[in-house]
Design a protein around this ligand. Structure first.
Ligand code: ADP
Ligand code: MG
Length: 661
């Protein structure tokens, strides 16, 4: 097959431009990315060989080699891992699969300053393309394990790349960077220096479980014998050392990393930096994690877990696409990526490693889902993550605030799905509140602030803080200074239906059921009740007639104690589903019968009083009937709903306005 030239996908081209012009200041990380890819490729080969013993691949000496050539100014990272087929190269290297890329690039274009742009790149990670920060040309030669044809990919990063089939490629992948010209001002960035390479590997990739070795360039045939060491079985040539200078001096291959699994080392032996680099390898994130969580379980079912909470939510947290969650190892051997059996879905943002001692290397996802030990592990890990969040809340409020901003909406899914951990989840949750505009509150704080005689925790769900705060349902709470939690995440509509209590206090919606806050502090409960009874009596006829007139549009018409300003509002019965939830179900394609609402009238409002005056004696009730309809429509509008018959509503309204002229 001849060499063919292709164009990069638009997003890939934009990203490459950013890399070439290097908006990321720490260029050393390109090597970490290449090593990380090689390490993944070796993990995959080992697994493939384990599962398929007919696989025509050598899995006996799996390793990563780094070769430098000062004269040619090249650096090669080579592995004998799974490799890529021709199609895989064009799919994986020519395009960017990540669903968040387009959104990310848009943000990046909008980021004015370089520091902002750097932060974004760090958050996103760019993997293989990071090579173009230091190289003006990159060649990748690869052969997929078990296949005979190899593939060569080359690019200068400027819009196009070439692809070519090759006959004699070794198994695995080698990536050769032709380094940009040396910067005489800055010797620190000489990536042909053995010392520099060693330093980078130590810093970023020490924990990689495969050996990372140095290797010197394979000498041209005529010079064979000038070098020794990694040329096993080399028969040619007598003298060693010779005259090739630098390369020959560094000829001894050396393993640069300790290969020790961090989770198997004792806690005080491992620095935060080391944990952070492992996190970056696992998550493909370039930013440090917010929190590192360790767990060592001993006893009959032994395992170690090293979990991380990222500092930022990924772009696709709510579209169940590809997630890199927790990796499963068995006795230090990588078994699977994103092992969803280990943590509940509401903790899907947690990354890390779990290494179990007593599982079979052949364990499958299906078996894991059913395994009792795994279920116990799942429970314990979830508790551990929640208790770590609780600790963070107490000892590092700023970090907790970040956590909640990024992941709160996901965590709250657990309030619905994980009744075992409901209390623990409630304890680490925060909510926007009428008490404080800028900071959310915990339930614990809310309860501390509760008024004398207040027994319930009040909340209201809605689209935004503003729409809730302006809703008629809030009037009495505002007037009496009673705090209300403002729940605006879509998931809030759902979990509030499942959680009845917090520490013995009922959770109550201000827009549901009967609310009786009393009239004021001076009156006793008895006086209060008496007053209500009197009012109900006085309005009984009007209420009865209105219920009849509005018919199927309402469940009931009654007097309200939650209104101080508005004439009317609609509320749901205590156990009915809310209109927002109804809409959510419909959006998901489910059939839901429309739930009738209750119309509440404010007995102290002039309009309502006026309607009641001389009601029983009135013979012609046409005008009154229209007022009743208008009142209902206005109440529906006030909570963000739609009047049943908008055209009729507009007509009636216009007629009324005309009369005011
Ligand atoms: P990421 O590692 O986050 O997926 P990269 O840009 O680093 O992104 O790599 C893209 C993909 O190319 C990898 O997911 C992998 O499938 C493939 N790849 C890269 N390097 C290698 C390698 N050395 N061996 C096999 N496949 C590789
Ligand atoms: Mg990668």
């Amino acid at each position: 097959m001849p060499t063919e030239t292709f164009e990069f996908q638009v997003e890939a081209r934009q990203l490459l431009q950013l890399m070439i012009h290097s908006i990321y200041s720490n260029k050393d990380v390109f090597l970490r990315e290449l090593i990380s890819n090689s390490s993944d490729a070796l993990d995959k080969l080992r697994l493939a060989a384990l599962r398929d013993d007919t696989l025509d691949a050598d899995a006996s000496d799996l390793r990563i080699e780094i070769e430098t050539d000062k004269d040619a100014r090249t650096l090669t990272v080579r592995d004998n891992g799974i490799g890529m087929s021709y199609d895989e190269v064009s799919r994986l290297i020519g395009t960017i699969a990540n669903s968040g890329t387009a959104a990310f690039l848009k943000e990046l274009r909008e980021a004015q300053d370089t520091a902002g742009a750097e932060g974004l790149i760090g958050q996103f990670g760019v993997g293989f393309y990071a090579s173009f920060m230091v190289a003006d040309e990159v060649t990748l030669l690869t052969r997929h394990a078990g296949e005979s044809q190899g593939t060569r990919w080359t690019s200068r990063g400027e819009g196009t790349y070439t692809l070519e089939s090759v006959d004699d490629a070794p198994q695995g992948t080698s990536v050769t960077l032709h380094l940009k010209p040396a910067d005489p001002e800055n010797q620190l960035h000489d990536y042909t220096s053995a010392w520099k390479i060693k330093e980078i590997v130590k810093r970023y990739s020490d924990f990689i479980t495969w050996p990372i070795r140095t290797a010197t360039p394979t000498p041209p045939a005529a010079e064979k014998g000038d070098q020794e060491g990694d040329q096993e079985g080399d028969q040619g040539g007598g003298e060693t050392g010779g005259d090739t200078g630098d390369a020959a001096v560094a000829a001894e291959p050396e393993t640069l990393n300790s290969m020790k699994a961090l989770w198997a080392r004792s806690r005080d032996e491992v620095s935060d930096d080391e944990y952070h680099e492992l996190y970056k390898h696992i998550s493909h994130d370039w930013t440090n994690p917010l929190e590192t969580i360790r767990l060592q379980a001993e006893g009959t079912f032994e395992y170690q877990a090293l979990l991380f909470i990222p500092a930022q939510a990924p772009h696709d947290l709510f579209h169940r696409g590809h997630q890199r969650g927790v990796q499963l190892y068995v006795k230090r051997v990588f078994i699977m990526e994103d092992c969803e059996a280990l943590l509940p879905p509401y903790l899907r943002f947690v990354k890390g490693v779990v290494d179990a001692q007593d599982l079979s290397l052949n364990v499958s996802r299906e078996i894991l889902q059913q395994d009792r030990q795994i279920q116990l592990m799942h429970r314990r890990l979830a508790k551990k993550v929640l208790s770590s969040v609780k600790d963070m809340m107490n000892s590092a409020p700023d970090r907790y605030a970040t956590f909640w901003r990024e992941f709160g909406a996901v965590l709250k899914e657990g309030l619905l799905t994980d009744s075992d951990n409901r209390d623990a989840l409630l304890a680490v949750s925060s909510f926007a509140t009428t008490h404080d505009e800028s900071e959310p509150t915990t339930l614990e704080r809310y309860v501390e602030r509760m008024k004398d005689g207040q027994n319930d925790v009040y909340y209201m769900t809605g689209d935004s803080r503003q729409s809730i705060e302006n809703s008629p349902h809030m009037e009495a709470f505002k007037a009496r200074g009673i705090e209300v939690l403002l729940l605006t995440d879509p998931v809030d509509e759902v979990w509030v239906g499942a959680v009845a209590q917090y520490e013995g206090k009922s959770l109550r919606s201000v827009a549901k059921g009967e609310i009786d806050l009393g009239d004021g502090e001076e009156e006793s409960a008895d006086e209060d009740r008496e007053k209500r009874e009197k009012q109900n009596e006085a309005y009984a006829d009007l209420l009865g007639w209105m219920s009849g007139h509005l018919g199927d549009d309402v469940k009931e018409v009654r007097l309200s104690s939650r209104l101080t300003v508005s004439a009317a509002c609609v509320v749901s019965d205590a156990h009915d589903i809310t209109p927002a939830l109804e809409n959510m179900y419909r959006a998901m394609g489910q059939e839901v019968p429309a739930t009738k609402r209750i119309l509440e009238l404010n007995p102290d409002h002039l309009l309502v009083k006026g309607m009641n005056e001389g009601f029983t004696e009135r013979a012609d009730r046409t005008g009154l009937a229209e007022t009743a309809e208008l009142l209902h429509a206005l109440a529906v509008l006030a909570e963000g709903g739609q009047p049943k018959d908008p055209a009729r509503f507009v007509k009636l309204m216009a007629e009324r306005l005309e009369r005011t002229l």
